[in-house]
Ligand binder design. Sequence first.
Ligand code: ADP
Length: 618
Amino acid sequence: MSGRQAVKREDPNELSRSQTGKGGANKPGDEQERRRTRVKDWRGTLLRIWKYLSVHRAKLLLVLAMTVISSTLGLLGPYLIGAAIDRLMGERGGITLTALLVLLLGSYAVQGIASWLQTYWMIDAAQRTVYAMRTDLFRHLHRLPMSFFAKRQHGELMSRLTNDIDNVSQTLNGSVIQIVSSVLAFSGMLGLMLWLSPILTVITLTIVPLMVLGMKWITSRTGRYFKEQQRNLGELNGFVEETLSGQRIVKSFSLEERVTSDFRELNERLRMSGYWAQMYSGLIPKLMNVLNNLSFAVIAGAGGLLALHDIVTVGVIVTFAEYARQFTRPLNDLANQFNTFLSAVAGAERVFDILDTAPEDRDESGTVAISEVRGEIEFENVSFGYEQGNATLRDISFRIGPGETLALVGPTGAGKTTVVQLLARFYDADAGTIRLDGRDIRGINRNSLRSHIGFVLQDTFLFKGTVRDNIRYGKPEASDAEVERAAKLANAHSFISKLPQGYDTMLGEDGGGISQGQRQLLSIARAMLADPSILILDEATSSIDTVTEISIQDALYRLMKGRTNVVIAHRLNTVRRADLILVLVDGRIAEQGTHDQLMSRQGFYYGLHQAGKQRLAN
Ligand code: ADP
């Protein structure tokens, strides 16, 4: 079933777009980047992040206190150095030079400790916050209705759980502190400078825009070339991958010369973009150096003139020079962190979007749990569409008694799986009634209903764990003896005994070294152990060796005995034994009856049969 649930995809997965293949990044990449950082509702999202964070309010307050302390002390350093110089030159009285030095050392030490504490507490709070988010998201995902998953790709959901939350975590870990301390440092510096000397402040500030502009000029250029380098690298990788995996074709058409010259061209493009990207980015520290020296020269020159006129002291000039050197850092940090911050908020918003998706309809009040199920199933004029106005099933009516077998037959897309999904209440019918033992299934709560239904599907779901745990999945409280008995009934015992650690052999998600047929035997054992009253069986279409196939058939018939079975049938044998065959075409029942009845009608089923097909559906 799960393979088919992914039929309709509304939202193309952002991540699945190839970054490495041909035509990778650039335009779509920019678009992707924009989408990645687009935030619809700032206030709402920030408030909700705060709601998670506020659990750790006390810790955050400490972080804030530490940030203020370390930023303030960071400002104090240059000021104290200036004061010490003035003291040396006898321009300032009061506090002794030794005291100033001790103060300076002390302030650096305390600043170090405070910034360590701030990081420590912030990381702790951040990790607990994303832990809570991850848990909420995971729990919520499992409460969502099937229709939710039908519309999305697994990769996209995985990226919510991993990438988006990771972005939030990164930002909380570092960026928030950075942003706060940058703002503090910047405004603190500005305040102190204005207080020390308004004139020198104005002079210093004239250089700042120059620095910012210079940085911007370079970063925009490096950004462009880096992106181009990235794209060229992607193209080159894609090309290499293509030609290597298509070696046989390259050779058989004698295209070696062609691909080599194509490669040379791509390689040349990569060389050029790499050259310019590195050239410009190499310029950054040099330009910064020049601008720093320039600002130092301006401050020293202008300051010197002012000092000559006794407007400022030499200490103030030193303080200013030091501040000017540090001035661009908070601005730079702010610019850098802002992008991370944006993408984190956007990521958080996407996580919240999922959290806001309504969970599977709560069982309507008045639904009951059922303990005993005889297994009579009746569909009365059932219609259903996955989307409004687009009916997948139309007016389906049939009835099977307890212990009987229903075979669903028909071409792909006819609606066989949908019938089964409605029976398990993964979806509810739009019209008509589905009854179990004469009771409308809408009056039965979902978990209780599903606990009486066992599934043996084509794509067997095995999780990481031992063989024993995998069989026990349907009935966690089963004893080892029960597990073994079920495995024997399912013809699985003999192959399990031959595994290196028998029932304790670890299986991976991909089944870890056991064959397709053996996986199916395991899922039969699982259903056998769970012992449901109703069995839903999706017969395998993949070819399995004859011996295993016989073994599976044998186990299946044993499993089906004494239960009501709904089989999405592919084998003639199964259909022949069924008490009722529904031939579905285009969501409608084309024919229904037993094998003999349908054969004598000489209709659709007869046609399938006459065509000599072993498999009645695909
Ligand atoms: P079958 O099992 O006979 O192959 P299905 O019941 O899987 O058929 O599908 C019946 C029709 O419903 C198909 O046209 C299929 O594309 C559509 N369909 C199946 N699942 C979904 C879904 N989750 N959302 C929208 N349409 C779906």
